[in-house]
Write a new protein. Structure first.
Length: 173
C-alpha cells in the first residue's frame, strides 16, 4: 500500500516569496577559472528544488520514499549571470510558473548574499512519475491544490526577464 501523505504540513504561502535555505560554495565546487563550476550550479539548484518539494509542496524525498511517486526532469536551462567564489553564500528563490495534474514548471534565481545580485537562473519542466511503472502519473489532489495556492500568491510578482528565454546566438541585422 502506498502512503500518499505529504512530506510537510500544509502552509500559508503568504506573499508567495519562496526562498530556500542558505548554501555556501564548497572548495570542491571551484574550477580551474577560480569560480564555481557550471556542474555545481545545477547541483545547488537541485538541492534547493529538493527543499522546495519537501518543505513547500509536500512531494519531496520523504513523500517519494513512502509513495514511490517522484519528480523527473524533462527540460532545463541555466543562465550564468555572475560569478560565485569559494566560501560565498547564496540562496535560491523559486517561482512556480505553471503546473497541471502531472507537470511542474519552475523558475529560480540564485542570489549572492554578499550583494543581492542574481548569479544564475534556472528554469525547469518536470513530471511526477510513478517509480514502479516508470511513467508519468498525476500528483495527489492536495499537491495540486497547494500548487494552485502558491501560483495565486505569486500572481502579482514581477517575472524575471530570463523566464522563457530562448537560447541562441543573437546576430545584428
Amino acid at each position: 500500500m502506498r502512503d500518499l501523505t505529504p512530506s510537510c504540513p500544509d502552509r500559508d504561502f503568504g506573499d508567495g516569496v519562496a526562498i530556500m535555505s542558505r548554501q555556501t560554495v564548497q572548495p570542491d565546487w571551484i574550477d580551474y577559472n577560480g569560480h564555481m563550476n557550471v556542474a555545481f550550479y545545477t547541483l545547488a539548484f537541485d538541492k534547493a528544488f529538493d527543499e522546495f518539494l519537501e518543505d513547500w509542496i509536500g512531494t519531496g524525498v520523504t513523500f517519494v520514499e513512502r509513495s514511490r511517486f517522484g519528480p523527473m526532469a524533462l527540460q532545463s536551462q541555466v543562465c550564468f549571470l555572475g560569478e560565485l567564489l569559494e566560501g560565498e553564500a547564496f540562496h535560491v528563490r523559486f517561482w512556480l510558473v505553471d503546473h497541471d495534474d502531472k507537470r511542474m514548471h519552475v523558475f529560480c534565481q540564485m542570489i549572492a548574499e554578499k550583494d543581492g545580485s542574481v548569479a544564475a537562473t534556472y528554469e525547469s519542466l518536470g513530471m511526477n512519475v510513478d517509480l514502479e511503472a516508470r511513467r508519468g502519473a498525476p500528483y495527489p489532489g492536495w499537491a495540486v491544490e497547494r500548487m494552485d495556492r502558491l501560483m495565486s500568491a505569486q500572481k502579482d510578482h514581477e517575472r524575471p526577464k530570463q523566464l522563457g528565454q530562448v537560447i541562441g546566438i543573437r546576430r545584428k541585422a
